[in-house]
Design a protein around this ligand. Structure first.
Ligand code: CDV
Length: 308
């Protein structure tokens, strides 16, 4: 196996407050992109909904309030400087944002190549939370109110550097997300996330938020022999704490580098893509060992049913 080196960076964002303008956030993203480039990275992953505060924490009913969080074009006048910076530096990126397309709202990410052109788009499929606010709840998580289920599947794009796929936040907790990309030979999965430190639906010890986040990424990377680059929007946003823990995970399932802070921070690692080959030829040789004839329930059933 000869080494195939790809230098990846992850740009964690600290909190974005509602009063922060797009221009201010894009400026921060450009500074992070320049930092990643100065370290020698070829690609950088930004978070989910990176351009705004995590607005699904609020139940907003005025359409003007909601639309203020959505992009109708990408790049638009305010985001174009990020694309220009990427092209100038020759660095590709993943960016999460709220997308309004033909009247439908999606939680979206795009993959932008090192020439500044859009390579691909993904729309979040596993949408967590509620469609309606919970009465009297101190915390809300209303992604189902604001976002339709993504309609683009889990594609993988063969870029000149690697086969790259994308997912968004809650998607990372579902093995199906990684497996569908694994079956397309994905080499790098990029993921952005906003994970609140407190959940609406259940009361869990706080330390488990980070544990489950890392567990999911490490399992996804190992079981599909791919690298994972995951970027948080972290810190206290509008009074609500969100976990950090941005990291780059190897196909061994090991975390190679992890963010220290809950603020704007770049982490980077020179990944050897050939590490995947060992796993793909042996323990996770899908063609040799998978038994799809026994996996039918995975696509036939949604909820669990007890045995008859
Ligand atoms: N933005 C998210 O998808 N957040 C979810 C929370 C609500 C569980 C997550 O999986 O981190």
């Amino acid at each position: 196996m000869s080494a195939r080196k790809l230098h990846l960076a992850v740009a964690q964002l600290g909190p974005v407050q509602r009063s922060d303008t797009r221009a201010q956030v894009v400026r921060r993203l450009i500074e992070l992109l320049e930092d990643a480039h100065s370290r020698g990275a070829a690609w950088v992953t930004f978070p989910e909904l990176a351009l705004t505060t995590f607005f699904p924490r609020w139940s907003l009913d005025d359409p003007a309030d909601v639309q203020a969080f959505f992009e109708t074009e990408m790049p638009g006048p305010l985001t174009r400087p990020l694309f220009d910076a990427a092209r100038e530096k020759g660095i590709g990126f993943y960016l999460g944002y709220a997308e309004l397309a033909d009247g439908t709202q999606y939680n979206t990410s795009i993959l932008v190549g090192r020439d500044g052109g859009i390579v691909g788009k993904y729309r979040k499929i596993h949408i967590p939370g509620d469609a309606q606010a919970r009465d009297g709840a101190a915390l809300q998580h209303l992604e189902k109110k604001y976002f339709a289920v993504g309609d683009l599947g889990f594609p993988v794009w063969q870029t000149p550097d690697a086969a790259i796929g994308m997912c968004i936040c809650n998607d990372r907790r579902w093995p199906e997300t990684f497996r569908v990309m694994g079956l397309q030979g994905v080499e790098v999965v990029m993921a952005g996330y906003n994970t609140p430190s407190g959940y609406v639906q259940w009361d869990e010890p706080i330390h488990l938020r980070m544990h489950h986040h890392l567990l999911s990424l490490q399992a996804g990377a190992y079981q599909n022999a791919c690298w994972v680059a995951a970027a948080a929007k972290a810190g206290v946003e509008e009074g609500n704490p969100m976990i950090g823990g941005s990291c780059i995970v190897a196909p061994t399932g090991e975390i190679m580098v992890r963010a220290f802070s809950e603020d704007d921070e770049v982490i980077n690692f020179v990944c050897d893509l050939s590490v995947s080959e060992h796993y793909r030829a042996n323990i996770f040789n899908f063609a040799a060992h998978r038994r799809p004839e026994h996996y039918g329930m995975i696509v036939e059933r949604t909820g669990a049913r007890p045995p008859a």
